[in-house]
Ligand binder design. Structure first.
Ligand SMILES: Nc1nc2c(ncn2[C@@H]2O[C@H](COP(=O)(O)OP(=O)(O)OP(=O)(O)O)[C@@H](O)[C@H]2O)c(=O)[nH]1
Ligand SMILES: [Mg+2]
Length: 368
């Protein structure tokens, strides 16, 4: 029997959490091979959620209550993880909202995915078979869908369908490994930070469809403005893709600046100026990408490995130059020369950026 703990964070969920706990323990029969406990982590809810749990503890011996200060969802979870490490040391934890939005009927699906080899399973609203409440207003749907899309594109990790879902099953070794990273995020962005860590550490990620329901009673605690701001900040500081794009823009500046200096001010030949400026930009981009954009996958293995990678980088960059030269000329001959700048921008955005990002990840900064 492996130990499984469902963690339920609560802040004023008296009207929901009792029913949820009963429903989860009722599922016990369907969860063969697992010893199930529930840990409620309550931020001293003024509505008496804690008292409700203490009452229920008489009926359910494997129900635990951890009372913490009101410091946000992420902080509640990390305190729950510390508590579990000291007291239960489970094999698996499940994160779940306590407001009945997450249906316990999906628990067996999440667990099955773990049994089949996943380390981190997301209960996903945005894959086939999953859903958000049909009665949500347009603005709520828009916020949810756009929020997810922003994170997906921000990290260029398109295979993850639901970045912000709070219904997850995670093996406890991964929780322990991620702890130093996730403990820095006290709010809802904690969920994104955790998934980002799991992906960067090559955890096996799985997704199962869930039907997200409207909370049964009580009110939402989420502060959207603060949430959106912290998501943007997190992506900006942690996304290899965004950093790679910034390096690209800087590289353009270096290339253009040197060309300008040599051609306009020093009156050197165009061919030598272009050659020198392009190669300088390639070198500076390579260094910035290695020590900043892909710093978690930095090239290791001495100078030989570094030079080989640099040569590969030049090869990929020559590809970019070829794509641009060919693409811009083709569009110019088809649609007229006067819009060359537009063609260049389109080709860089739609072809060159995805092309180079893909090949850098595949051949130069491979996952460890
Ligand atoms: N312990 C603790 N739990 C929290 C805190 N903030 C939110 N929660 C709980 O986290 C879960 C998710 O919060 P919700 O307010 O439902 O947020 P949401 O599900 O994104 O938003 P809605 O769909 O509008 O309900 C609920 O069970 C909350 O009670 C907190 O500061 N401390
Ligand atoms: Mg909710």
């Amino acid at each position: 029997m492996r130990k499984l703990v469902v963690i339920l964070p609560t802040y004023n969920e008296k009207g929901n959490v009792g029913l949820l706990i009963t429903e989860i323990f009722d599922k016990l029969d369907t969860l063969k091979n697992w010893e199930l406990s529930i840990l409620v982590v309550d931020s001293k809810s003024p509505d008496g959620t804690g008292t409700e749990i203490k009452k229920l503890r008489k009926k359910y011996p494997r129900l635990y209550l951890l009372e913490v200060a009101k410091e946000g969802l992420g902080r509640a979870y990390t305190q729950a993880f510390s508590y579990l490490e000291k007291n239960i040391n489970p094999y698996l934890v499940i994160q779940m909202d306590a407001d009945l939005s997450h249906n316990p009927d999906s628990l067996p699906d999440l667990i099955k995915k773990i049994e089949n080899g996943a380390d981190f399973v997301i209960g996903s609203r945005y894959i086939r078979g999953g859903s958000i409440p049909p009665n949500w207003g347009l603005h709520r749907k828009f916020l949810s869908v756009m929020g997810n899309l922003t994170v997906k594109l921000g990290f260029m990790k398109l295979r993850i369908s639901d970045w912000t879902s709070g219904y997850r099953a995670i093996k406890f070794w991964l929780v322990k490994k991620a702890f130093q990273h996730i403990k820095n995020y006290s709010g809802y962005v904690f969920q994104i930070a955790f998934l980002d860590f799991a992906l960067k550490n090559n955890a096996v990620i799985g997704e199962v469809p869930i039907h997200f329901r409207e909370r049964k009673s009580g009110v939402s605690k989420i502060n959207f403005v603060q949430y959106i701001f912290s998501i943007f900040l997190y992506i900006f500081l942690h996304s290899s893709f965004i950093k790679f794009a910034i390096v690209g823009v800087l590289g353009f500046g270096v290339d253009f600046g040197i060309s300008y200096l040599m051609i306009e001010i020093l009156h050197k030949a165009v061919w030598i100026s272009t050659l020198l400026s392009t190669e300088t930009a390639i070198i500076s981009n390579f260094i910035m990408n290695n020590f900043w954009s892909f710093s978690d996958k930095k090239i290791e293995g001495g100078i030989t490995k570094f030079i080989t990678s640099f040569l590969k980088y030049n090869l990929v960059s020559s590809g970019s130059i070829a794509i641009q030269t060919f693409g811009v000329s083709l569009l110019a001959s088809l649609l007229g020369k006067q819009f060359w700048f537009l063609y260049k921008v389109t080709i860089i955005t739609l072809v060159v950026i995805p092309y180079s990002y893909f090949f850098y990840n595949k051949f130069i900064w491979k996952s460890k």
